[in-house]
Design a protein around this ligand. Structure first.
Ligand code: FUB
Length: 333
């Protein structure tokens, strides 16, 4: 798997602060964007003593036939793992490979992703799974077919998010076209366990929801987060709700991430990263640089996420500086 270590100009600029004509070394910062090139829908993790980012390759749909993955020891220097997922390894997927979600289980890394941008139940595609022994791939198709290949409750099968509940059960939330479903996964991810009422796909769509769901489990609560607005325009944003169970009910609290006319537009489709080294929370998201209008000109950025004393999320200040180096010092899983 080809690898390329990356340090952008923004990183270097953020390392020096000139005071009274003297350059003082500062804690290195990530700078924003953190990844070079057009990428979107980033999901961030700590696996095997490294930070990892799994983004969509942001390009015309027919060119989205692969996913690159990025790893870092400190959030500042990133290594690219090219084509960690490639449709060459997934027979049923041929375009629009989107918005991955990755989970480790029993020594395997499972990547859930949308493919083909299906518009109805007769088209082939939907949400599938590939897996690898390595968080940087190569990932190979797990089921030989999509896991979800139909519309349920009006939700386009895209934008999966997979998580392990406090009790050890695995769930998937997903959905485009303004509908969000949750389903309980079988332990081996080959299908679903119906809920007590007999349903498999339960709709949990909150007000304003468009796509890009994410569930943060923190302090015995469920922070359900999603993107709203149109991803191709400036008003894309992230909002959230707090629930007491994975299936809600979820009532919208408010927006936490949106454009800033002095920094970038279209800030959305995020994930939340917890550092076991610093115990900080970060929001990893995409945005569109000022002056860019092509919908696919999206870049991956990172900023700190703060909670107030009541456990509510404070609105995020999007920055050019990004975040200070947060070395994992190896071995943090
Ligand atoms: O990147 C492709 C699509 O754009 C994602 O699936 C949506 O969430 C939006 O970010």
């Amino acid at each position: 798997m080809p690898r390329l270590a990356i340090r952008t100009a923004a990183h270097l600029a953020a390392c020096l602060l000139v005071l009274g004509g003297v350059a003082h070394a500062q804690t290195p910062h990530s700078g924003n964007p953190i990844l070079p090139g057009w990428y979107a829908d980033p999901e961030a993790h700590v696996f095997d003593g490294q930070y990892w980012i799994y983004p969509t390759y942001s390009a015309p749909y027919n060119e989205q036939t692969f996913m690159d993955v990025f790893s870092s020891p400190d959030l500042v220097t990133w290594t690219k793992h090219s084509h960690a997922l490639d449709t060459a390894n997934v027979k049923w997927a041929h375009r629009a490979v989107w918005a991955p979600s990755v989970i480790e289980k029993d020594g395997w890394y499972y990547i859930f992703f949308g493919a083909n941008d299906i518009q109805n139940d007769t088209q082939a595609g939907g949400i599938g799974i590939a897996r690898s022994r390595n968080p940087g791939g190569p990932f190979v198709d797990y089921l030989g077919k999509p896991l979800i290949d139909k519309f349920h409750n009006g939700a386009q099968p895209i934008d999966p998010y997979v998580f392990k509940d406090y009790d050890g059960a695995y769930y998937i939330t997903y959905g485009g076209w303004k509908h969000c479903n949750i389903a309980k996964l079988k332990d081996d991810f080959t299908g679903f366990v119906p809920f007590a009422d007999g349903t498999t796909f339960k709709e949990i769509t909150p007000d304003g929801y468009v796509e890009g769901s994410f569930m943060l489990l923190k302090d015995h609560k469920y922070y359900f987060m999603w993107s709203e607005g149109g991803w191709g325009g400036p008003n894309y944003a992230v909002a959230y709700a707090i629930g007491t169970s994975p299936i809600g009910p979820f009532k919208r609290i408010g927006k936490i991430l949106q454009q800033d006319s002095t920094v970038a537009t279209g800030a959305g489709h995020h994930s939340v990263l917890y550092s076991p080294a610093s115990h900080k929370y970060y929001i990893v998201y995409h945005r569109r640089p000022l002056g860019e209008h092509d919908p696919n000109h999206r870049v991956v950025s990172i900023d700190e996420l703060h909670f107030d004393t009541n456990g509510l999320i404070e609105p995020v200040k999007i920055t050019f500086e990004g975040v200070a180096a947060d070395p994992l010092r190896g071995g943090s899983k």
